[in-house]
Design a protein around this ligand. Structure first.
Ligand SMILES: Nc1nc2c(ncn2[C@@H]2O[C@H](COP(=O)(O)OP(=O)(O)OP(=O)(O)O)[C@@H](O)[C@H]2O)c(=O)[nH]1
Ligand SMILES: Nc1nc2c(ncn2[C@@H]2O[C@H](COP(=O)(O)OP(=O)(O)OP(=O)(O)O)[C@@H](O)[C@H]2O)c(=O)[nH]1
Ligand SMILES: [Mg+2]
Ligand SMILES: [Mg+2]
Lengths: 289, 274
């Protein structure tokens, strides 16, 4: 349906010579529906399209040789502009070990992504300690251990997330490991107690990066989820998972818009190798169908 | 929106945004608003009542009886869905719910793929005093199911709840594996298993794709809306019900073993139209 909408818009606009303001508004109406179908939050759609409209209504666009393509180019660039990619590698602290934490909703892919990131660091020659800071979920530590077995990473746990992180730091210093990746428990963005736990962890430890792990099939809730986590801790970026599915991924746009933080990596499968750098133009093409 | 003073363009625009924000989706939102406009409500309150009535009629179904008692023994229920949606936890919760009702239950740990999946269900089984049948990691899920069903048949067990590996519906071989699991059940007990789609309440429009594709691999007879405590509206279920005729049967309301309820259309609409 998304594809039909866009082809409809394109053919409509292309049939015209010069575009009128009404033509642009008709096109934007269709584009709006297409973006909403792609799970982009309606407030984000509203704001972005008003910016597109302003640019599209310039005389040089309306009477250019191919105004339809001009308008779509403006739309494309506006969306790509929101989603500037960040560095697809974890930043290092001036003094090792660098401490990283993954946070996010239940089931978003944190545990799997923690090991994917560890492998990435290992490829860069770094020694990594994984911290099982999820003390709630049954077999959470076993999951980390099983996933990291082939790569021979140390996995430490603890009675509380704070104990686990402390143990991780201690072990990393003993073993001269450059990086510590903390896998935290999934939590709801409306769970005040669990968000406070993250705040406390941030206060107690010096995190080089805190990344929000987001399921690419999330719907309109993305805006609320992003702002709640960003309000609790200083996020340095987002990792979008399960992009090997067929979700449009509009949540990525909403997230980037509300956080102003870059999406750094994307998960494209369940294997430890299935992590790629984030390319804004690819996800925009995906969202636009 | 319904506390606005009158029906005007602003009202319709706000209502549209409210439904979209509830993940109702473009098609159904436009359809519902169109129908509502034609009924010419005289006030926002009346509009709300009409919309509520319209949606209640969509959710006017009986929760399938096999959710409350076996239609034959064993009642085999396959819990399927995409990665991380809440299947394993839901299987534990449903197992607990049924055993508290006095039924005998076996949990079949048919996720032999994901790291520590068997251990996760096993821990739930120990906590809830429910029997878990699991296999070696990497073993054939069909073989595990066969063991669970053989045991259920010989012991006259009421329910076999089948936990399966998360899978994206875009993966052909994984969807074929699910089909095969259904065939194993069919062959072992002589009738088709019940398929239940476990759907994360924060999922957007991809939910429709999930329901459509999973239905091709196993007969999906109901949807469990997990993580409803996220306060997401779960509006996608309107499309699942309207387009695919799927009943929403249970709602997951937390991470504990008792955090499950039968679907209440009134509660659902109250949240959606709040
Ligand atoms: N297809 C696919 N599956 C993924 C991806 N990332 C994670 N998964 C799967 O998603 C499911 C959930 O992943 P987890 O790593 O357990 O998620 P989590 O955020 O740690 O979950 P909680 O700890 O319960 O909050 C598992 O089945 C993973 O294998 C991905 O990029 N693609
Ligand atoms: N808040 C909340 N969390 C839930 C609910 N149901 C499941 N979860 C959590 O969601 C996460 C994933 O649950 P699982 O049961 O492992 O999901 P799954 O579908 O079996 O995941 P895979 O087997 O990896 O595909 C866990 O952290 C659960 O505790 C629910 O109703 N509410
Ligand atoms: Mg985890
Ligand atoms: Mg599972």
């Amino acid at each position: 349906r998304l594809r039909e909408r866009f082809e409809g818009i394109l053919s409509l606009l292309r049939r015209k010579g010069k575009l009128s303001e009404e033509d642009v508004d008709n096109a934007l109406r269709q584009i709006r529906l297409a973006l909403l179908e792609a799970d982009v939050h309606y407030k984000v759609v509203k704001d972005l399209l008003s910016k597109v409209r302003e640019k599209a209504l310039k005389e040089e666009v309306l009477s250019s040789i191919s105004p339809a393509d001009q308008v779509l180019k403006i739309l494309y660039e506006e969306l790509v502009g929101v989603m500037k990619g960040g560095a697809p590698r974890l930043s290092s602290s001036s003094e090792p070990p660098s401490l990283y934490m993954l946070v996010g909703l239940q089931g978003s892919g944190k545990t799997t992504t923690a090991v994917k990131l560890a492998k990435l660091l290992k490829k860069d020659g770094k020694r990594v300690v994984l911290v099982a800071a999820d003390v709630k979920r049954p077999a959470a530590k076993e999951q980390l251990e099983t996933l990291s077995k082939p790569l021979d990473f140390q996995v430490v746990g603890g009675k509380t997330p704070f104990d686990a992180v402390s143990s991780g730091i201690r072990l990393a210093k003993e073993r001269l490991c450059e990086a510590i990746i903390v896998d935290s428990a999934g939590r709801l963005h409306i769970d005040e107690e669990m968000l406070s736990e993250l705040r406390e962890l941030e206060k107690q430890f010096n995190f080089q990066e805190i990344l929000l792990v987001v399921d690419s099939m999330m719907g309109q809730e993305a805006l609320k989820v992003g702002s709640a986590f960003a309000e609790a801790v200083n996020l340095t970026g987002v990792i979008l998972t399960k992009l090997d599915g067929d979700a449009r991924g509009g949540a990525a746009l909403s997230m980037s818009y509300v956080l102003g933080k870059p999406i750094r990596f994307v998960g494209v499968g369940e294997r430890i190798d299935d992590l790629e750098p984030f390319y804004p133009d690819r996800i925009v093409s995906r969202i636009l169908g | 929106i319904f506390s606005l003073k009158k029906i005007d363009d602003d009202f319709w625009a706000s209502l549209e945004e409210s439904l979209i924000e509830g993940d109702v989706g473009v098609d159904y939102t436009l359809r519902l608003i169109d129908e509502l406009k034609r009924l010419k409500p005289s006030s926002p309150e009346e509009a709300k009542e009409l919309l509520k009535e319209r949606l209640l009629s969509l959710f006017n179904y009986e929760i399938p009886p096999w959710v409350f008692e076996p239609s034959s023994k064993p009642e085999v229920i396959i819990f399927a869905g995409v990665n991380g949606s809440g299947k394993t936890t839901t299987v534990a919760k449903v197992g607990r719910m049924l055993s508290r009702r006095g039924f005998s239950v076996i949990l079949s740990a048919c996720d032999t793929f994901r790291a520590a999946a068997g251990e996760q269900l096993e821990i739930w089984g120990e906590r809830l005093n429910l029997r878990v049948i699991k296999g070696e990691p990497g073993s054939d899920p069909g073989a595990v199911l066969y063991d669970a069903l053989s045991s259920a048949l010989s012991k006259g067990v009421d329910y076999v709840l089948v936990d399966t590996a998360g899978r994206l519906h875009t993966k052909y071989n994984l969807m074929e594996e699910l089909k095969k699991l259904g065939r194993v059940a069919q062959k072992a007990v002589g009738r088709s298993p019940r398929g239940v789609l476990v759907l994360d309440a924060t999922t957007g429009q991809n939910a429709l794709r999930q329901a459509q594709e999973f239905s091709k691999s196993v007969p999906i007879e109901g949807v469990v809306l997990a993580k409803y405590d996220s306060m997401a509206k779960g509006g996608v279920v309107i499309t699942l019900r309207g387009e695919l005729g799927l009943p929403i049967i249970l709602v997951g309301t937390g991470e504990g073993e008792d955090d499950i309820e039968t679907f209440s259309p009134n509660e659902f609409l109250k949240r959606l139209l709040s």
